[in-house]
Write a protein that binds this ligand. Structure first.
Ligand SMILES: NC(=O)c1ccc[n+]([C@@H]2O[C@H](COP(=O)([O-])OP(=O)(O)OC[C@H]3O[C@@H](n4cnc5c(N)ncnc54)[C@H](O)[C@@H]3O)[C@@H](O)[C@H]2O)c1
Length: 243
């Protein structure tokens, strides 16, 4: 029995480094996956990769900083694959800027995408899940939300916000059959991780073993999306080579 057999998953940021990998692994575990990204080409590439691996997927273009985008995403997802079982919030950005140089625009962009989109998506998904008494929301937080990171004040604040948001909502969801959790995959070699680093620095960190590959954490995401993780609600599951 595949762990996600018959489950409908919608995933934001699905065209990115983690999204592509997690989408394929969830589809191989039996899920039908709606791959959402602001970059339609990237979303299509993930959906194509899933189809080539024998899975079911659609690509949906959406800017997840807008509430209406989630209604459209979930309407399309449910029309194609049936009731939404899993929302995986992945979309995020990490502009590396010291606090004294950070503009209000950069701060707002990080908080709006990384944190507000999690609020908007979770609210819309949970409104659909509660009457069915089943479903799970999973958000991509980060160890930086606990330990901080230089040039990452907005990013770390957004990720700490996701952890607090998840814990608060989990208390509201107690005994409803709907759950919410978040995870931190650790520094992982994706376009987001490479931003602001020189090629020399990238190679040094890779050689030093300070960086994971997207696939390293994918089975944890499958576990969180599956009924095997039913006892978990409000948790932050993380690993962090920097600890
Ligand atoms: N890579 C890491 O080291 C790492 C570590 C911890 C947490 N994370 C988190 O994992 C998530 C994914 O990171 P990644 O490394 O795959 O990054 P990535 O840059 O490869 O992918 C992010 C994706 O989000 C999409 N996106 C951006 N703005 C959007 C919007 N408004 N609406 C919809 N989609 C949008 C981008 O087009 C991109 O495809 C992020 O939330 C990030 O903070 C990453």
């Amino acid at each position: 029995m595949r762990l996600l057999e018959g489950k409908t998953v919608a995933m934001t940021g699905g065209g990115g480094g983690l999204g592509r990998c997690y989408g394929v692994v969830m589809a191989k575990a039996g899920a039908a996956v709606a791959v959402c990204d602001i970059n339609l080409e990237a979303a299509r590439a993930t959906a194509d990769t899933i189809a080539q691996a024998g899975g079911r997927a659609i690509a949906v273009q959406a800017d997840v900083t807008k509430a209406a985008a989630f209604e459209e995403l979930f309407d399309r997802t449910e029309a194609e694959f049936g009731p939404l079982d899993v929302l995986l919030n992945i979309a995020g950005i990490f502009p590396r800027v010291p606090l004294v140089e950070m503009s209000e625009e950069t701060w707002d962009a990080v908080i709006t995408l990384n944190l507000k989109s999690v609020f908007l998506g979770s609210r819309a998904a949970i409104r659909r899940m509660l009457p069915r008494k089943r479903g799970v929301v999973i958000s991509t937080a980060s160890g930086t939300g606990i330990r901080g990171q230089p040039k990452g004040s907005a990013y770390s604040a957004s990720k700490a916000g996701i952890i607090g948001f998840t814990r608060a909502v989990s208390l509201e969801l107690k005994d409803t059959g709907v759950r919410i959790n978040c995870f931190g995959p650790g520094a992982t070699d994706t376009p987001l991780w490479r931003v602001g680093k020189s090629e020399d620095e990238i190679q040094r960190l890779l050689a030093a073993g300070f960086v994971y590959q997207p696939d390293d954490f994918s089975n944890v995401v499958v576990f969180l999306a599956s009924d095997l993780s039913a006892p978990l609600n409000g948790e932050f599951i993380s690993r962090d080579l920097h600890r």
